[in-house]
Design a binder for this molecule. Structure first.
Ligand SMILES: O=C(O)CCC(=O)C(=O)O
Ligand SMILES: [Fe+2]
Length: 426
């Protein structure tokens, strides 16, 4: 990030004055297409898409050099099953059944990649049908299952998506990541959803094509049924039933995008979407959070806690540890609670504080291994300070037992605010 982009980004958040962005504003009438890597900088992406939280599609020129685009694909542009089998046959992968609804998702099973490929080949041979239904390999943690060296042959992280705190945090803990591979036959699809923690996502088709239906934040409200539930399939005829979906008349049609092989889609924070594989398709998809959508994540976590509190409200007066139980339930339902969110902020903050300290002390290099520029670190501490101030002031966070936290939230906030003041001169 350069100084000018940092000033632009800081102004953006100052103008928002603590409001969570991305909701409300007029929906764009189409999704922008970015043709040429040489003329599209990181700053262009931050200003044009990341901050205004708008989707875009990058041309296949952006992924031309990826090894997976050569090795995973036959000359005819189809998945190279034999190569993939040799490479990944023994790996156990998660597979969803697109034909079976389980709440607003699909049930998943695990199987060796080899078995999934056998199924896929047979599905094609039988004219895209099977008594087992349409199976979709989803959320395969390829990066967790591969060495760093092997991954260099698969994809290169585009600079636009390099500020990725979610994966930086999980890498530091060495337990999980949000880097996935999806692979499925023509007709496999992902039901209507917004991404985990209101993260951004990016998605590259290694081969095949996808159709995306996008709904800007807030538009999903008109798609709720009379009980307040969101649909599983926005294209279902059921939505025409005005008694069941009384607000549908207030909704606008989705933005539709067809993503070709090699193209890269940016999914902004809080945009609901539904996705179809138009061909036999393999994609690499990552979820990511950074200073630009951190406040959205925090807003989402507050909503999640409120939903848990409502669900168990009848026990509030009779249960001595009710607040603690709400946090435990939240962790098991959402994967994270307020304590873990603080830990996330702390890990990310301490790295940036170190980078800034090294930078301003004129020590050579960035020993954190993050290759973070000073301006990026300066922007990040500003966002972290804003969100941590809101966390620390939240009554439910104040009820969390923070006695073992090191540093204490107030101390971390002080360090961040000091860093923000010092970084102004950078
Ligand atoms: O490709 C798919 O089926 C779903 C992808 C998706 O939802 C995402 O990348 O956010
Ligand atoms: Fe998604």
């Amino acid at each position: 990030m350069d100084r000018e982009t940092r000033t632009f980004a800081e102004m953006h958040f100052r103008n928002l004055g603590g409001r969570v962005y991305g909701a409300g504003g007029p929906a764009p009438s189409r999704v922008s297409f970015i043709q040429a890597p040489e003329t599209f900088s990181y700053a262009d992406f931050v200003k044009g898409f990341l901050l205004p939280n708008l989707p875009c599609v990058f041309s296949s020129a952006f992924t031309e050099s990826w090894g997976s685009r050569r090795r995973w694909v036959t000359p005819a542009g189809r998945p190279d099953f034999e190569y993939l089998l040799r490479q990944y046959g023994d790996v156990v992968v998660p597979v969803a059944n697109c034909g079976v609804r389980e709440y607003n998702s699909n049930p998943k099973e695990h199987m060796p990649f080899r078995d999934y490929i056998s199924y896929w080949k047979e599905y094609i041979r039988d004219g895209y049908s099977s008594p087992r239904g349409c199976l979709y390999l989803k959320d395969w943690h390829l990066c967790r299952d591969s060495s760093e060296e092997d991954l260099e042959d698969v994809f290169i992280l585009p600079v636009y998506f390099s500020s990725d705190w979610l994966n930086e945090f999980w890498d530091a803990l060495n337990v999980d990541d949000y880097r996935f591979v999806y692979a499925g036959p023509r007709g496999s699809w992902s039901p209507f959803h917004a991404d985990i923690f209101r993260s951004f996502s990016w998605s590259v088709n290694i081969c095949g094509r996808k159709k995306w239906l996008f709904f800007p934040p807030g538009q999903e409200e008109a798609l709720q049924d009379c009980h307040g539930n969101l649909p599983y399939d926005v294209t279902s005829l059921e939505l025409q039933d005005t008694r069941l979906y009384p607000r549908l008349k207030d909704s606008s049609p989705p933005l539709e995008v067809v993503q070709e092989a090699g193209e890269m889609v940016f999914v902004p924070s809080g945009w609901h979407h539904q996705v179809y594989n138009l061909d036999d398709t393999i994609s690499i998809n990552h979820n990511w959070v950074n200073g630009c959508n951190l406040a959205n994540m925090w807003h989402f976590l507050q909503q999640e806690l409120r939903a848990v509190q409502q669900e168990v409200s009848e026990w509030k007066d009779s249960m001595p540890d009710w607040d603690h139980h709400c946090q435990v339930i939240m962790k098991s339902c959402s994967g994270i609670n307020f304590e873990e969110f603080y830990h996330f902020l702390k890990v990310i903050a301490e790295k940036r504080l170190l980078v800034l300290k090294q930078g301003t002390d004129m020590l050579p290099g960035d020993s954190t291994g993050l290759k973070l520029g000073l301006q990026q670190a300066a922007f990040d501490v500003g966002r972290l300070a804003d969100v941590l101030a809101s966390v620390a002031a939240h009554p439910d966070f104040q009820r969390v037992n923070t006695s073992s936290f090191s540093p204490q939230p107030k101390e971390l906030l002080r360090q961040l605010e000091d860093a923000v003041a010092t970084a102004e001169a950078l």
